[in-house]
Design a protein around this ligand. Structure first.
Ligand code: C5P
Length: 284
């Protein structure tokens, strides 16, 4: 079985508070895009085997742990062979690892006929990581809590997206720690929900300019990521450009996929590693 594991970007990301369990409560507009890894799943009698076209895959990999947790959760005694062809930049704030884990859960749930057990699958996803539930569902969602509480919202309209790979992988816990320092542990933080509201309204009226003007990510307050591609993307006609997740990838939004493709080709030629893609309305 072959599955697509889609990358996600955040059109809006703010933090509402720091929690006692070490996590942070967030508010985010999450969006899946067409840039994807390919995950293959093959039933086996026993054992979990994982092969990938990247260097450090293995037992610690979220996709491996997803299979382990799935068998455990449904009391299934079986094995699986997982293959991952990675195209989503790693440690880029694009939820690539979470997307692969979600694809493993989706694939196994199809094989073992438990696709309808949505609550159980979402709980399983949530136990693996904050972004995994969203990656299971995909499309356009407003995320709360650690990121695992998902509310539906209108789908982002067709447009083009260029993702520029960051020059270094940003560690998520370190990035949250940096924001704790900058924002006094979020004891008295007002999230910029007006911007989120504007994005939601702008999507309703297909106003790409307004979406672009209201993109917001609190992780841009940290100086650990190189934000210079934002200026470049805007020079090349982006309606808005933003850091994705805790970094280090930067995305820009354009009026069409064709425009995004031409911008991406130009950027690749001048030394920026980039990918052209478009929003998807689900994780499939
Ligand atoms: O959930 P996930 O495993 O992706 O989180 C990795 C780390 O990022 C957590 O251990 C935590 O330090 C930080 N995190 C956080 N608040 C969130 C999500 C992640 O502080 N909402």
């Amino acid at each position: 079985m072959r599955l697509s594991a889609h990358a996600k970007i955040n059109l809006f990301l703010d933090i509402t508070s720091r929690r006692s369990d070490g996590f942070h409560n967030i508010i985010s507009f999450m969006q899946t895009v067409s840039l994807s890894d390919t995950v293959t799943i093959e039933q086996a009698e026993s054992g979990i085997e994982l092969k990938g076209n990247y260097s450090d895959y293995g037992k610690k990999d979220l996709a491996y742990r997803a299979a382990e947790a799935f068998f455990d959760c449904f009391g299934i005694s079986a094995g699986v062979k997982i293959g991952i062809e990675k195209r989503i930049p790693m440690q880029g704030g694009l939820a690539g690892g979470s997307a692969d884990a979600a694809a493993v859960i989706r694939g196994l749930s199809r094989i073992y006929n438990v696709e309808s057990e949505t609550e159980k699958l979402l709980k399983l996803a949530s136990s693996l990581g904050s972004d995994v539930p969203f990656c299971l569902v995909g499309g356009s969602r407003i995320a709360y809590g650690r990121g695992e509480i998902l509310k539906p919202t209108s789908n982002l309209f067709d447009c083009g997206i260029v993702i520029v790979e960051g020059n270094k992988g940003a560690s998520t816990p370190e990035q949250f720690g940096e924001l704790d320092r900058i924002h006094g542990n979020f004891e008295d933080h007002d999230p910029k929900t007006d911007k989120l509201e504007s994005i939601i309204n702008a999507i309703g009226s297909c106003d790409i300019e307004k979406v672009g003007n209201n993109l917001y990510n609190i992780f841009q307050d940290s100086d650990k990521c190189d934000l210079s591609p934002i200026r470049k993307l805007k020079e090349l006609g982006a309606y808005g450009a933003l850091l994705s997740g805790s970094g280090s990838s930067i995305f820009g939004i354009y009026e069409s996929f064709e425009k995004a493709e031409s911008v991406s080709i130009f950027l690749n030629n001048i030394g920026y590693k980039s990918h052209a893609c478009y929003p998807t309305s689900s994780a499939l």
